[in-house]
Design a protein around this ligand. Structure first.
Ligand SMILES: [Zn+2]
Ligand SMILES: [Zn+2]
Length: 168
């Protein structure tokens, strides 16, 4: 086993040459360079590259923290995440649609693998809690902290005619 925690890029030449059967790595404080509505911090990627029969595989875990305003009430939300990574390196063993990491020569870049993994799994929105009631569209009050009185009086205009119909 070779530990390449200190290297920016993983050199897999010894693995390909059969001189080792496993390379382990651990990266902290990876930047997240994409401009997204949800920001990512504390990005961390640890794992191993190993031989699996005649193929090379990469297996690990990407962790970090999402932060964004709640999509309903705008309160700041932070949410830790953990994503498992397991993919073939180089050419996938068969024509399956399995995710494949391309080794640029005999080098793997764990930073870009983790960044792209997070980007693919990025949620569309964060909620402060699953049943967040959001803000009143009329007065802007945070409905999680009570009722403002205007929301309940709203009648869907499509149903207003129906209400008239049942009045008699
Ligand atoms: Zn909320
Ligand atoms: Zn209101």
């Amino acid at each position: 086993m070779i530990n390449q925690t200190e290297n920016k890029f993983l050199d897999i030449s010894k693995l390909l040459a059969g001189e080792t059967d496993e390379i382990v790595f651990d990266r902290s404080d990876i930047p997240f360079p994409f401009e997204e509505e949800i920001s990512v911090s504390s990005l961390h990627f640890s794992g191993r590259v190993f031989r699996f029969s005649e193929f090379v595989r990469l297996s690990g875990t990407v962790t970090g923290e999402y932060s964004a305003p709640c999509a309903r009430c705008l309160a700041p939300v932070k949410e830790p995440f953990s994503i498992a990574v397991d993919c073939a390196v180089g050419n996938a063993p068969d024509e399956s649609d399995e995710e494949t990491v391309t080794a640029d020569g005999q080098v793997i870049d764990p930073e870009s693998i983790s960044q792209e993994t997070v980007l693919i799994h990025l949620p569309l929105r964060l909620l402060c809690r699953e049943d967040c009631k959001g803000l009143c569209p009329k007065c802007g009050m945070d409905l999680n902290s009570g009722s403002c009185g205007c929301a309940q009086k709203e009648i869907d205009p499509r149903l207003a005619g129906l209400a008239d119909f049942f009045k008699d």
